[in-house]
Ligand binder design. Structure first.
Ligand code: SF4
Length: 402
């Protein structure tokens, strides 16, 4: 019988991105350049493992968690982490501390020990040796578990493959089933109740229900097909703007060199290493540029809100409806707003007036829209108005004068 193929979610992702890249990384075993965002994520994962370690009955204090983070962080230099400068590494360190402090502020009072943290599962299934590291698994009761994955990047998006892979692994893992049975011996079958991505920088959680068995079956057929391609030595490159632009192997890739990579020519590989920094640097710069623009935009929006409040206050104080700057004019108006606070009464009235079908979902704006609707009788409008609370709102309009 052939040896099981070692496989994981990251290997699946890389093969799907480009089979040639997979070949460089996992067949020729050429390591990729260190990436600062992996180092940053790994440091925070270590801290989460430290906090929730089931072997420690007492949760560490914030000071202990920060101390742990600092020691872990200082084990490697900024270059080893993949940062382009010491300043950027220091900014990463400060951001890590900020996240840990915010995490404690929000969660420390409710810390409970999970079923497992950073659990490495090794599962032989359908000729694959599936290796996964599960950030955190919680027992929900009734044979159901929740899988939680920490995210530390700038963005979080739903990654169905990752969710499917986790579900497949957890529901087939004897190690996790045994952990659950230690807590609840009556459990015969283990099911995933919930999957969630927890974004540490914003402390936001995205949760997903268990995927239907049909979806898992189809996903798994795709995995087995890819495994078959790997066994058959199919590594045809799939070049594309997004994947090649940041690929560490571009300098030795046949798509760019015009010839097959020869592992017996180490000079090529080392020249690749020296030029890789040129390739990986732009992604860091571009992400930082995007983050800076988002922060700048948010800052401007906040400044605009403050300015608008100040202008409104000054215009009201002087009883001005219109006032001119050098190039712009400001016009102040007062809008009467109707607010329907008693939703139940509004729904009952809409039913009685046979207007419920007109709004479908009764929200503030759809109900207020009925008051503008010429097909609604004046009597019905008056009854609706009687349920509304009136309020006035200042509205400022600023326009160029030329
Ligand atoms: S450079 Fe493009 S085609 Fe070549 S290995 Fe990388 S991603 Fe694949």
């Amino acid at each position: 019988m052939s040896k099981n193929l070692s496989f994981s979610y990251s290997k699946l992702g890389m093969y799907k991105e480009c089979p040639q890249k997979y070949k460089f990384r996992y067949i020729y075993m050429i390591p990729e350049q260190p990436k600062y965002y992996f180092a940053f994520g790994s440091a925070l994962h270590e801290v989460m493992e430290y906090i929730y370690n089931p072997a420690n009955p007492v949760f560490p204090t914030l000071a202990q968690a920060l101390d742990f983070f600092e020691k872990h962080w200082n084990k490697t230099s900024f270059e080893q982490k993949g940062y382009s400068s010491l300043e950027k590494e220091l900014a990463g360190y400060a951001e890590g501390r900020r996240i840990i402090e915010a995490y404690y502020n929000k969660n420390a009072a409710g810390f409970i020990h999970p079923l497992s943290v950073e659990m490495k599962t090794n599962l032989d299934i359908d000729g694959l040796n599936l290796i996964s590291i599960l950030d955190r698994v919680d027992y929900m009761g009734g044979g159901l578990v929740k899988i939680l994955d920490y995210k530390t990047g700038k963005t979080v998006q739903r990654e169905p493959d990752q969710l499917y892979m986790y579900q497949k692994v957890v529901e087939n893992s004897p190690a996790i089933r045994s952990l659950v049975q230690q807590k609840d011996p009556s459990v015969k079958e283990l099911r995933v109740g919930q999957l969630s991505f927890y974004h540490l920088p914003t402390l936001q959680e995205m949760t997903f229900e268990r995927a239907p068995d049909k979806e898992i079956f189809e996903f798994w057929q795709g995995v087995l097909k890819i495994a078959g391609n790997i066994r058959a030595g199919k590594f045809t490159p799939t070049p594309g703007e997004s994947q090649c632009r940041w690929c560490d192997y571009r300098n030795i890739c046949p798509v760019f060199t015009g010839k097959e990579y020869n592992p017996a020519e180490p000079a090529d590989a080392s020249s690749c290493q020296t030029k890789m920094a040129d390739i990986t640097q732009p992604i860091q710069n571009e992400q930082e540029l995007l983050s800076a623009k988002i922060d700048r935009c948010g800052q401007l929006i906040e400044e605009v809100k403050i300015l608008q409040k100040e202008i409104i206050a000054l215009m009201k104080k002087n009883n001005f409806d219109i006032h001119f700057g050098k190039n712009y004019k400001a016009e102040l108006s007062h809008i009467e707003k109707l607010e329907f606070t008693d939703k139940q009464k509004v729904i009952e009235l809409l039913r009685a007036l046979e207007l419920i079908a007109k709004v479908l979902v009764p929200t503030q704006s759809t109900v207020a829209g009925l008051l503008e609707d010429p097909s609604v009788s004046a009597e019905a409008k008056n009854k609706l108005k009687a349920l509304a609370k009136k309020s006035e709102e200042d509205s400022l309009d600023i326009q160029r004068t030329e």
